[in-house]
Write a protein of this length. Structure first.
Length: 274
């Protein structure tokens, strides 16, 4: 089996990203499993840490998944495109104003990564019409082109059996079989109505969606899958998963505009069925 030249890491900062919890998540992984499935892959922190040789990843965000596909299939062209970008305010708003539907897949991925590296707080957020609306970050020297990491990701995606989807998480889970491992990292249920913000794209993840996800969790449990799920530490979530092991996690929340609301507390839980 081919050994990877470099270990990849997430290529974008993502709301709810799990880089800070990787060691904890790894501790709770099943010892053996068949296919790794991540229906809300986001930045892919756990994927790139564990590097499964057979995986199915999915996200509803079309810009994100296009970037994964371009990194897999056109990484050299993507790197060259990223080199043309400038860390300037007026240029940023020009690139932000472009309609991604009118760009080539490479241009689209380049725009997406550039905006993520230079926008305020690295926050991906869309308005109700699906338009990226985060202001310029005004950072001194953001790393717009991480050539080594992009090539490492491309190598990984091409070396192993990694299937990439852009769709509803429920449809992807239809591919799950007994013995597969599924990691759910959905938009979190709000801790309260003012301090939590879970809508980062035009698709809002409602209380009804949380209930549907819990029902799917139980269905996959009956099928014989190994499942881990991250969510907020609330009574609502605890009630949905009361029949499973619930582990409180001490976690930082970095994506918050108010610095005094960042810090460690047991605001997250990890739910497991094995």
């Amino acid at each position: 089996m081919k050994v990877l030249t470099h270990k990849p890491k997430p290529f974008v900062k993502w709301a709810g990203g799990k880089r800070q919890l990787i060691k904890i998540l790894k501790f709770y992984l099943p010892i053996e499993y068949k296919t790794y499935i991540e229906p809300f892959v986001g930045g892919g922190a756990l994927l790139f840490e564990t590097l499964p040789k057979k995986a199915i990843i999915n996200d509803i965000n079309a810009e994100l998944i296009n970037a994964y596909n371009v990194i897999k299939n056109n990484v050299d062209e993507l790197i060259e495109s990223l080199k043309y970008h400038k860390n300037e305010k007026n240029y940023y708003y020009y690139i932000r104003s472009l309609d991604p539907d009118k760009l080539t897949p490479i241009e689209r991925a380049s725009r997406f990564i550039y905006l993520n590296k230079t926008c305020f707080n690295g926050l991906y957020r869309e308005n109700s019409k699906g338009k990226f609306n985060v202001p310029f970050g005004n950072y001194k020297n953001p790393k717009i082109v991480d050539e080594e990491n992009l090539k490492a990701i491309s190598e990984y995606l091409n070396t192993y059996d990694i299937k990439i989807f852009n769709g509803d998480y429920k449809e992807v889970c239809e591919l799950a079989e007994k013995g597969d491992f599924i990691y759910f990292d959905p938009p979190y249920y709000p801790l309260n109505k003012t301090a939590s913000f879970t809508k980062y794209n035009k698709y809002d993840f409602t209380e009804k969606d949380q209930i549907e996800l819990a029902n799917l969790f139980k269905e996959l449990d009956r099928k014989g899958c190994y499942i881990l799920l991250s969510n907020s530490n609330t009574n609502f979530i605890r009630k949905l998963y009361k029949d499973y092991e619930i582990i409180e996690l001490e976690a930082n929340r970095f994506i918050n505009s108010k610095g005094d609301r960042r810090g460690k507390s047991k605001i997250e839980v990890l739910i497991k069925n094995f």
